[in-house]
Design a protein around this ligand. Structure first.
Ligand code: ARG
Length: 560
């Protein structure tokens, strides 16, 4: 709105297109320099004039009611919004639209499939899968805010040679009772034991492969065991999803594609894309300087890549997606590059819409948390601990809080999610339970606490009175807040464009900080003629914080 007004004014004066001009408009580093800045350095060359001169001329020439000042500062034209006007209008928008503030129709009529979470059965839910779950969930919510139809797919790792090995191990050393009592750790133990013993006994690997072949050929006993492993694993994962409030539209995992791969292999054959490499069937990608994509092993067994190929085609046919996203750690970048290129070689133009959204690792003492070294921090344990700590906090500070358990859950889970999402998606970060739960600093509980503070003010302040206008004095004092509120739609858009929820996490931190500093300076509930205007600011902050947290998959309790 305001930015486009500035762009139009500039474009008209310079005889350029407004679309080009708007791209050059920046945000001044400091709020006192105004709300938008147009740099004149590129024009200086073109016009053979100093940027200062150009800026001064433009500033003198331009005016518009939306801006209280247009000034030249060091080669920039700075635009300062009329605070009363812009403040009144953003508060009106937010209080009318509430959670819908910042919604757009950019994605209307388009379907996006998103592959997220996708843990491997019979193994613990790892931090990597946590990242995929929370990043994927947030991206889904953000896309929905822009009007896209989102299909969330949990591509569970439930197929592959490892299940042959697991069945083999269970046959040799497994005890049903133990597995029933302590499913995933017991299955993991069996799997680890298989590898230890296979190091001594070379026949074991072959036995494992034989079991997988039986499984792929539909052997009833092997399938019964597999189904059992899958069911109990999914039950455990389900508990974690429920805690986090994440749901899926499909949990068609790798096994789902068993009967859908042959067709793809045939198609590859017909399109002359398969070649033999040491007995295995591969699609060569030499022209892209990439290693070949493995389609079938020497013994005819299919692979991870084969299943992803079948899945991609199935998803296109079933959901008619315009984009197909995969939220998977960056160690799988090559795999997704290959997937996309094989589809392209098959002649599928829609392969363009396939996008891998990689993310960094969770570190512990500077190293990747790993399943194998037994250093693994189990996710359900982390969530449990975070909830317990949050509950202890409530017991100490607010023992009479209604709904204590639910609030503890929202705060504990929110802390874990926020800690993950506030880091730029692609960066590795260090895991720290103490950090997550602090009520000061850049944490989920800090934002939730700020939202609860605003909600308390609102319930104490009573009904918001006064017309649509906000007076100039209130608008000026609350300007750091109002300016951020104006930026929320941009924050949503940037988060979507970059597939990076950290934009929203940073945004809610900034807004919470701006609000807390306002709260420290201004007596919000003072009974004067401006209390109505101040309460509007508070209500808008509460609304946008709640919506910002929602987009991160985090709840905003009214009291805590
Ligand atoms: N189960 C895999 C893993 O944990 C991730 C699957 C990702 N999705 C996919 N379509 N390949 O490593």
């Amino acid at each position: 709105m305001y930015k486009s007004t500035a762009a139009e004014l500039l474009a008209k004066a310079l005889n350029k297109s407004a679309e080009e001009t708007i791209k050059q408009i920046e945000r001044p580093k400091q709020l006192q320099h105004g709300d938008y800045a147009f740099p004149c350095f590129a024009l200086a060359k073109e016009k053979r004039q100093s940027p200062q001169c150009i800026a001064a001329e433009l500033a003198a020439e331009l005016s518009h009611e939306e801006f209280s000042a247009i000034t030249a500062v060091g080669g920039y034209v700075n635009f300062t919004l009329d605070k009363k006007l812009a403040g009144s209008s953003v508060l009106k928008d937010i209080l009318q639209q509430r959670a819908a503030y910042g919604n757009t129709a950019i994605g209307q009529g388009q379907t996006v499939t998103i592959d997220l979470s996708s843990p491997n059965i019979a193994k613990p839910f790892s931090m990597g899968h946590l990242r995929s779950t929370v990043i994927g969930n947030s991206i889904s919510l953000l896309l929905e805010k822009q009007g896209y139809d989102v299909v969330r797919i949990n591509h569970v790792g439930d197929w592959g040679t490892q299940f042959g090995k697991l069945i083999c191990a269970y046959e040799k050393w497994g005890e049903e009772e133990k597995v029933r009592a302590n499913t995933i750790p017991e299955l993991l133990k069996l799997y680890v034991r298989f590898h230890e013993e296979a190091a001594q006994d070379e026949h074991l690997e072959q036995e494992g492969r034989d079991w997988f072949r039986k499984l792929e050929q539909g052997d009833a006993y092997a399938n019964k065991l597999w189904r059992w492993f899958r069911d109990v694993s999914m039950e455990e994962f389900g508990r974690v999803y429920e805690l986090m409030g994440v749901h899926f539209d499909s949990d068609a995992g790798e096994a789902f594609y068993n009967d859908k791969m042959e067709r793809v292999v045939k198609e590859l054959e017909q399109k002359n894309l398969l070649s033999l490499s040491e007995g295995a069937q591969v699609v060569r990608l030499d022209e892209f300087d990439l290693p070949p994509s493995l389609i079938k092993k020497k013994d005819g067994a299919t692979l991870y890549a084969t299943r992803d190929l079948a899945a991609a085609i199935y998803r296109k046919e079933t959901y008619k997606f315009s984009k197909s996203l995969y939220v998977v750690g960056h160690e799988q970048s090559l795999h997704f590059q290959q997937l996309k290129l094989v589809l392209e070689k098959m002649g599928y133009a829609w392969s363009d819409g396939i996008t891998h959204i990689p993310f960094g690792m969770v570190l512990q003492d500077g190293k990747k948390m790993s399943t194998r070294k037994g250093k693994l921090v189990l996710l359900d344990k982390v969530l449990e601990q975070a909830i317990q700590l949050a509950a202890a906090n409530i017991a100490e500070k607010n023992p009479n809080l209604a709904d204590k358990e639910e609030v503890a859950r929202q705060v504990g889970v929110g802390a874990v999610l926020f800690h993950d999402l506030k880091h730029e998606r692609i960066h590795d970060f260090e895991f720290s339970l103490e950090d997550m739960l602090r009520v000061e600093g850049e944490t989920g509980p800090y934002v939730q606490y700020t939202h609860a503070r605003a909600s308390t003010l609102l319930s104490k302040g009573g009904k918001i009175q006064g017309g649509p206008e906000v007076d100039g004095e209130t608008a000026a004092a609350a300007w750091p807040i109002l300016s951020l509120l104006l930026q929320f739609p941009d924050a949503v858009n940037n988060a979507v464009i970059n597939y990076d929820p950290s934009r929203i996490a940073k945004y809610v931190i900034d807004l919470a900080q701006a609000f807390n500093s306002y709260y420290g300076k201004v007596r919000i509930l003072e009974e004067d003629e401006k209390i109505g205007a101040r309460l509007k600011v508070v209500a808008a902050v509460a609304s946008v914080l709640e919506e910002g947290l929602r987009l991160l998959g985090i709840r905003a309790p009214r009291q805590m």
